[in-house]
Design a protein around this ligand. Structure first.
Ligand SMILES: Nc1ncnc2c1ncn2[C@@H]1O[C@H](COP(=O)(O)OP(=O)(O)OP(=O)(O)O)[C@@H](O)[C@H]1O
Length: 507
């Protein structure tokens, strides 16, 4: 697997704009709806190849072509890795287009522009939300390792993703996971304290340094999000589903303890410290909240959810963590089961329809408790396998739900070496407001409601640094147990990346 050396990217080179028309493709169905525009599954007429078309929304753009799209194209043209989505080409439509209802897309620039991507069968959120879906521990390890491998590649190529969340992690039916949606990504210089906006990353996955107003930062911001995804996979639902930035920080304090100058030197100098600092000292309770996670999973999680970004584990070091090297080791992607296509947009739509039907039924029956959406924790068996009977390590109900994630939440029980459990939600996207903060890492790399607070919500081979082979599947693990929490959908993109705005000034 290609791991590019630092400096390999030339982000200044203009992307090669496609000369082909959208008419070379036949749209099959809509699979995504983002701040950016719609995403369609489509077929290339000549070759029959199935692709994903992402339409670049122009209607909000007072300043011409959106800078986020320019960044995404430039960055994706240069990133070439099995765990990063491949941008195949750009195509244009000759004139204004109509949607399925025949309504004009309102594009004052007449033509539309589409990014053509390789098609991926699922996103992690859509896959997780499939009814009855449960991941196995080797499967979670497999996804986590691919996520870290792709992110490590981005970081050594001086690209920050800045919107890691389940719906931006695409998975195909060969078990390959790819990082997607580079609309908020930025190139960064590890040796310069460039100021970047702190209004990035979907709220639930946003690290404390950004919430506290830091504008000089680096790869550690993505590693916080990875920690949230990891815990969510093991936990069965999002771990920090804040509804506002203040609530988000409070949830972080409750879980990770209160930051202070002793555990995070410099924290009290951050812009929003005076208003958003913890109201009382709180102790770190990660181990307590997730006591059913196995030891190696917890060790790694602790290092990802480290408050001080300069002490947070890097993607490279995470790949070396014992977690990935103890049984059950990550399974090979090709050994994972295949699933019917599942994208967040579709699973959400299906859920909405189901809810409506249930509400109607309840109205008719004068009962008002429509069923909540439930996510299941991981199994302890092989990938994708649903045991018929719970095993001895069935997850125990948490006596006191640690993180305010929802009613009836049960955590999966610890299992043998290396186990975890999982599942998750989503968040909101920040608007780029403005600048960035410092990032002081000692490390090698240069080191969610959906909108809140005025933001627009809106290979494998995958070997880690140790290069080991995939191996053992975790056969014979006991089932992780039932998971009762309501998944609560994907959270607010509160303050996530600012996509729907004029962007020229955003960092
Ligand atoms: N290459 C692809 N293959 C299959 N599905 C895709 C692909 N790219 C995107 N999608 C689907 O479309 C959704 C939205 O895509 P993307 O995140 O790139 O758009 P966006 O406008 O930036 O959305 P958001 O504002 O939610 O981040 C994804 O979550 C995924 O379900």
């Amino acid at each position: 697997m290609a791991v590019a050396s630092a400096g390999q990217l030339n982000l200044k080179e203009a992307p090669a704009w496609g000369s082909r028309s959208i008419n070379c493709f036949e749209k099959l169905e809509q699979i995504g709806e983002g701040t950016y525009g719609q995403v369609y599954m489509a077929r290339e007429i000549q070759t029959g190849e199935v692709v994903a078309l992402k339409k670049i929304r122009m209607d909000n753009e007072r300043e011409g072509f959106p800078i986020t799209a320019i960044r995404e194209i430039k960055i994706l043209k240069k990133l070439k890795h099995d765990n990063v989505i491949k941008l195949k080409e750009i195509v244009t439509s000759p004139g204004p287009e109509n949607d399925e209802q025949g309504i004009s897309d309102g594009n004052k620039y007449n033509g539309s522009i589409y990014m053509v991507f390789e098609y991926m069968d699922h996103d992690l959120t859509g896959l997780s939300d499939r009814p009855g879906m449960r991941f196995s521990i080797p499967q979670i390890k497999c996804y986590m390792r691919q996520l870290l491998t792709g992110l490590h590649y981005c970081h050594i190529n001086q690209v920050l993703h800045r919107d890691i969340k389940g719906s931006n992690l695409l998975i195909d039916n060969n078990g390959i996971l790819k990082l997607a949606d580079f609309g908020l990504a930025r190139s960064f210089c590890s040796d310069q304290n460039q100021s970047l906006t702190n209004r990035v990353i979907t709220l639930w996955y946003r690290p404390p340094e950004l919430l506290l107003g830091s504008t000089v930062y680096g790869p550690a911001v993505d590693m916080w999000s990875v920690g949230c995804i990891f815990a969510e996979l093991l936990n069965g639902k999002p771990i920090l589903p804040g509804k506002s930035e203040t609530e988000q920080l409070n949830k972080i304090y409750e879980l990770c303890g209160s930051p202070d100058e002793s555990n995070w030197p410099g924290v009290s100098k951050l812009k929003f410290w005076p208003t958003l600092k913890p109201q009382r000292p709180m102790r770190r309770r990660v181990k307590e909240f997730f006591k059913n996670f196995d030891k190696h999973a917890l060790d790694l999680l602790e290092k990802m959810l480290t408050l001080d970004p300069s002490q947070r584990i890097s993607a490279k070091d995470a790949l070396d963590a014992e977690y990935f090297w103890t049984d059950p080791v990550p399974c090979a992607p090709s050994s994972l089961p295949t699933y019917e296509a599942s994208h967040e947009f579709q699973t959400k739509k299906k859920r909405q329809q189901q809810r409506q039907q249930q509400e109607e039924l309840a109205k008719r029956q004068k009962i008002s408790h429509p069923q909540q959406h439930v996510r299941l924790p991981p199994t302890q068996t092989g990938p994708g396998h649903i045991p018929l009977r719970p095993g001895p390590n069935q997850p125990m109900p948490n006596p006191q739900p640690p993180v305010p994630v929802g009613p009836n939440h049960h955590y999966a029980a610890p299992r043998g070496p290396g186990g975890g459990q999982n599942r998750h939600p989503q968040g909101v996207r920040p608007l780029h407001a403005g600048q960035g903060a410092g990032y002081n890492t000692n490390r090698g790399y240069g080191g969610p409601p959906q909108q809140a607070g005025g933001y627009a919500a809106h290979g494998m081979g995958n070997q880690g640094p140790r290069g080991g082979a995939y191996g053992v599947r975790g056969a014979g693990y006991p089932q992780a147990g039932s998971y009762g929490g309501a998944a609560g959908g994907r959270g607010p993109n509160v303050g996530g990346g600012s996509r729907g705005q004029p962007f020229g000034w955003e960092q």
